[in-house]
Design a protein around this ligand. Structure first.
Ligand SMILES: C[S@@+](CC[C@H](N)C(=O)[O-])C[C@H]1O[C@@H](n2cnc3c(N)ncnc32)[C@H](O)[C@@H]1O
Length: 269
């Protein structure tokens, strides 16, 4: 897994937050190369994306960028070192009780090529937890891979949300390319509560520990009477904090793939 820092150059901001002289756009990019980026690309939205081998390198670059005349600095993991190749198509195969479903995604600079262990962990557990016609929420959809899998397995409807507007646009394209209807939104999970309280049969969430801690109480409110959550995206040492955040849900099943873990969480009987 690599890390990317995404930002929007902003020519209107003349002064950096530190009060020091801002660098020119060229000098900013040159500094990112000095900081060890392994590639810099531009998205159709105008955002610049720089890739790094580790979270620490990416955080250092993000800290630097926050002192420069740029906006929307976001640091996040990406599961394909070839993220800058916007034409990279990944085939995704999901096992089901009766065989498999398959589809393809173009993840670009979003997370979700389908083969990262945190994604696979949910894909491999999904068929067992999903009944035909279920209402699904994919929280942190990235490329839309889990939402598309849910619809292909037989969900009745799926809402897919992401904090990253570029990811939402990519998820919309991927749903279209596979001819499935996914309600993709750039909406914080709390803002779904009025519309969807108690309505989701299944929530899938492959996000970092901190994000689980932020979204868990809203997710619990969104779950239907028999609702369940499949979590992923954290390490064994972080599991008790993630599971604790979803209180009063309880662990029905523990999942593990490579260094990563996840859980199937259900309401107490
Ligand atoms: C690790 S990726 C998972 C992508 C895809 N679901 C998969 O399993 O491959 C996590 C995604 O969650 C998004 N994200 C992180 N925190 C979030 C939050 N609080 N609400 C919505 N999306 C969030 C990130 O922008 C990123 O696209």
């Amino acid at each position: 897994m690599g890390w990317i820092v995404r930002f929007l150059p902003d020519i209107e901001i003349q002064q950096p937050l530190t009060g020091e002289e801002p660098l020119s756009a060229e000098a900013v990019l040159s500094k990112l190369w000095d900081q060890g980026t392994n590639g810099i690309g531009e998205l159709s939205s105008g955002h610049i994306v720089a890739g790094f081998g580790s979270e620490q390198e990416a955080e250092t670059a993000a800290e630097f960028l926050r002192t420069q005349p740029v906006r929307d600095v976001v640091c996040q993991p990406v599961d394909d070192q070839d993220w800058h190749d916007q034409d990279n198509v990944s085939d995704v195969v999901v096992p089901t009780a009766t065989g498999q479903v398959s589809f393809s995604v173009k993840a670009g600079a979003s997370f979700g090529h389908g083969d990262h262990e945190t994604t696979r962990l949910i894909l491999d557990a999904m068929d067992e937890q999903l009944s035909k016609g279920h209402t699904v929420l994919d929280l942190g959809t990235g490329s839309g891979v889990l939402a598309i899998a849910a619809m292909m397995i037989g969900a009745g409807s799926t809402v897919a949300i992401d904090l990253d507007p570029d990811a939402v646009a990519i998820a919309v394209n991927n749903a279209d390319r596979n001819d499935v209807a996914v309600d993709c939104r750039h909406t914080p999970v709390d803002e779904l509560i009025d519309e969807f309280r108690g309505r989701f049969d299944l929530v899938v969430a492959n996000v970092l520990m901190v994000a689980h801690q932020e979204v868990a109480s809203a997710v619990v409110k969104l779950l239907g009477p028999e609702g369940r959550v499949i979590t992923s995206g954290y390490l064994p040492g972080q599991a008790s904090k993630v599971v604790g955040a979803y209180e009063p849900l309880e662990v029905a099943n523990s999942l593990k793939l490579g260094p990563w873990v996840g859980h199937v969480l259900t309401k107490r009987n």
